[in-house]
Design a protein around this ligand. Structure first.
Ligand code: PEP
Length: 265
């Protein structure tokens, strides 16, 4: 069974002390939610500067730690670069790849996203590959076409055993930070299409194992409407996860949804 996953993308917010204070508060709040660590995965994606101190304190706990970006390669004369290898050494276990803000503001193409996905896997990180259509593409009825292209470009060169380690986050660009969300039916249609693409590229085992997240203006009120969609396993959360109490509330919503979760079954 695929475990539900809450992934908190802090973007370019929070100093190192603020990051550590958040984790402390989150840990305290989670300790009131019986069995959460047996039933769901939860990961924080802080600024890269906070990774090392964050991991030193929290790596041995059930709070997962990831980076928001990586540069391909291992090490070398690449001024300003941070490789997957360095991130992993600093404590990251996951990395976000191809977030729409990186595609938009840093010129990341599908080709670059593919290279970064490969580099993440080589470094032993679990990549979360973000895909999603713009508002214009949506209006033109091109959602599935765009997602299909982005998914294929990111994973088509990977071995099936590597594909299984990838997570795909469906994040419609127009929904990020806007307060707007697609309907659960729209998300279901896209998630189903992503699984079909994965099956086609890497087989049915990969289709069944890969996790798909929804991201874009998720909050504790709408979270379950997306998670109740059969092909969606969790959420990538930006703004609403900048507050530890909100993230803990979301974890509690998942635990309260299904009494079996409480016993970790
Ligand atoms: C994100 O940054 O990946 C995101 C989904 O942001 P928000 O939740 O703020 O829309």
């Amino acid at each position: 069974m695929r475990r539900p996953w809450l992934a908190a993308n802090w973007k370019m917010y929070k100093t190192v002390p603020e990051s550590l204070a958040y984790a402390q508060e989150l840990w305290h709040l989670l300790s009131d939610i019986k069995g959460w660590d047996q039933a769901l995965d939860l990961a924080i994606f802080p600024n890269a500067l906070a990774l090392w101190p964050f991991a030193e304190k929290w790596a041995a706990t059930a709070i997962g730690i990831g980076a928001q970006n990586l540069d391909p390669g291992t090490e070398g004369a690449l001024t300003g670069g941070t490789s997957g290898f360095l991130l992993r050494e600093a404590g990251a276990r996951f990395v976000i790849v191809g977030h729409s803000e990186r595609r938009k503001y840093f010129g990341e193409t599908d080709e670059i996203v593919r290279t970064k996905t490969e580099a993440a896997l080589e470094a032993g990180l679990g990549p979360i590959v973000c895909v999603g259509e713009s508002q214009d593409e949506r209006r033109q009825g091109e959602t599935l076409k765009v997602v299909h292209r982005q998914v294929r470009q990111a994973i088509e060169t990977l071995e099936p055993s590597h594909v299984r380690r990838v997570t795909i986050a469906y994040e419609p660009v127009w929904a990020i930070g806007s307060g707007l969300v697609p309907t659960p039916e729209e998300v279901a249609r896209v998630a189903e299409a992503i699984r079909a693409d994965v099956a086609d590229l890497a087989g049915s085992e990969a289709r069944d194992q890969i996790r798909i997240l929804y991201g874009g203006s998720v909050n504790d009120q709408n979270l379950l409407s997306f998670l109740d969609t059969p092909d969606v396993d969790g959420a990538l959360i930006g703004g609403a996860a900048l507050n530890a109490a909100n993230l803990a509330k979301m974890a509690r919503r998942i635990m309260d949804r299904d009494p079996l979760m409480k016993s970790g079954q």
